[in-house]
Design a protein around this ligand. Sequence first.
Ligand SMILES: Nc1ncnc2c1ncn2[C@@H]1O[C@H](COP(=O)(O)OP(=O)(O)O)[C@@H](O)[C@H]1O
Ligand SMILES: [Mg+2]
Length: 248
Amino acid sequence: MEREFFAEIDSSDSAEHRKLIKENDLVILARDLIKNYEIGDFLVKAVDNVSLEIKRGEFIVIKGHSGAGKTTLLNLIGGLDLPEQGIIYYDGVLITSMKEESLATFRLMNSGFIFQNYNLISTLTAEENIMFPMSLAGVSLKDQREHAVSLLSKMGLENRREHLPFQLSAGEQQRVAIARALANRPPNILADEPTANLDKKTSIFIQALFKELKEKGITMIIATHDDGLIELADRVILFENGKILNNT
Ligand SMILES: Nc1ncnc2c1ncn2[C@@H]1O[C@H](COP(=O)(O)OP(=O)(O)O)[C@@H](O)[C@H]1O
Ligand SMILES: [Mg+2]
């Protein structure tokens, strides 16, 4: 019942939303997002009625304490998870109405995800991990390999092609994960505390790389506390208790 009611609001406003997206070149337009977690008697409002807009090419930092809801928000924005209520347009596409299968394909071509815990496939080598999204996208094996090697070399990991994730340091795993996120040349990057558990040298490497991606016009949406990344931001969204504190 609620969902139907909501769908009505959504369609009646959609012309207005599309106008906003077009006029402001928005990569993300999100309205009234709600995501709760119910554990026993407890209800956690992880994302509590959040609306936001992100322009193409913006470097956005989402900053907030642990438990604020940053990961949940990032997963919603990137279409990894669905809100209980609310709508999200991603590059003009209403992803909150998409079927999981189309959404997966959409994600594959449009967003590179970088996770806090790397999320590499443990049975695949560094090179194969980077090839994996390209294989899903239908890239030829030869091109997959060539591009993976070039990305590994960009990450300073040309000698780690055959290594499995457990044979790599944390910093090396994250650099492989970043290479994987870049594999299909996505126009947007979403990163969840990408430097949180890393040494200073790798953090600085990632800051420089993200700066370069920003200069190439890639939209960067990053949950982080890292001052080096915050310095690069066009806008810092302060997020606490599932809410944006400074919605400008
Ligand atoms: N899968 C889940 N099940 C239950 N509660 C969750 C789950 N994921 C997150 N939460 C809760 O939602 C809140 C926000 O979590 P999260 O988005 O991970 O915050 P952050 O990334 O800012 O640390 C936290 O209180 C957390 O305990
Ligand atoms: Mg988190």
